[in-house]
Design a protein around this ligand. Structure first.
Ligand code: NAP
Length: 282
């Protein structure tokens, strides 16, 4: 491997499970780029030093996964709007002046997935109903507000966490306890599950969609299984649905473009590659 080879990596702790090397490796090969994308485990007690002196890693950029997204953001000289409002960065690069820049692309991944698989999905910009109030929910609320949704309602088991996001994002965002879900469904133009419920090995997401308007789009960011029970129920009653795999793939696009100079596409072969690796049937 030459010293001038552009190298990027997924950084975090742990990183062994990450599919990012597979995604970026696919694009590097497809575009015939002589670059490298690997894994770099950064121990929690080394994170401040590592991101604080990122240039010393020899990487041109990196993805950041749990638990270092906040530490990475705090080490950056510049943050994009999403990373600034979330206080967390999942994509880093060093710019031409040597500054460490950070972005949070989870929200862009969510938007890219819906734009690709449900074109025109945001034409109404009405009421979005978000289930869950974790890290992914925060990115998705940011994304929906960036598309000028009129109202974003967040329903979470722990209402205080939903309230915290609502307080951060302002008056278009409203927090609710889980028992309000039944009333809210009838008003929703978009329903998003961001909880881990319904994922293989996790408890089911118990929900009755019968009052959901037929025009509402339903999306689940859980992608294992690919077609969750939520999506099955929605499809069975005629609602449009989008699975969560594309969010994972689209969030990787901006990083690859920064590091390797080509904006890659999320295509069917990439989806199949990742599904095979996850052992998930399409
Ligand atoms: P997180 O920060 O840990 O949040 C988990 C959320 O699930 C919280 O709202 C939590 O509610 C809720 N939850 C968990 N167990 C529950 C239960 N038994 N009953 C009710 N609510 C429950 O996780 P995250 O990072 O936001 O990720 C959430 C899910 O999205 C995961 O399955 C993850 O794999 C997936 N994800 C997918 C993508 C993608 O690219 N498709 C990206 C990021 C995440 P409380 O607040 O009450 O605990």
């Amino acid at each position: 491997m030459s010293d001038t080879l552009r190298k990027a990596a997924v950084t975090g702790h742990p990183v062994a499970h990450s599919r990012s090397p597979l995604v970026h490796g696919y694009w590097l090969k497809k575009h015939g780029i002589e670059g490298d994308y690997g894994r770099m485990d950064v121990a929690p007690d080394d994170a401040e030093r590592f991101y604080g002196d990122f240039a010393a890693s020899g990487l041109v950029g990196a993805n950041v996964t749990v638990p270092h997204k906040e530490t990475a953001a705090a080490s950056c000289d510049w943050l994009d709007d999403a990373a600034r409002s979330m206080g967390a960065a999942n994509t880093l690069w060093i710019d031409e002046t040597g500054k460490l820049c950070g972005a949070n692309t989870d929200g862009l991944g969510f938007l890219g997935n819906l734009d690709q698989l449900a074109p025109g999905w945001d034409a109404n910009r009405g009421m979005a109903l978000v289930l869950g109030a974790g890290g992914a929910a925060r990115a998705i609320v940011w994304a929906l507000l960036s598309r000028n949704y009129t109202a974003v309602h967040i329903v979470n088991r722990t209402q205080e966490k939903a309230q915290k996001i609502a307080d951060e994002f302002g008056s278009k965002t409203v927090a609710h306890s889980w028992d309000k879900l039944g009333n809210l469904l009838g008003e929703a133009d978009l329903l998003v599950n961001t909880t881990s419920l319904g994922m293989s090995g996790k408890p089911p997401l118990e929900i009755d969609l019968s009052t959901l308007p037929g025009s509402a789009l339903v999306t689940d960011i859980v992608y294992a299984p690919l077609e969750t029970d939520l999506l099955k129920q929605a499809a069975a009653q005629g609602n449009r649905t989008v699975d969560g795999l594309g969010m994972l793939l689209h969030q990787a696009v901006p990083g690859f473009e920064r590091w390797f100079g080509i904006r890659p596409e999320v295509d069917e072969d990439l989806r199949k590659l990742i599904l095979r690796d996850l052992g998930v049937s399409a």
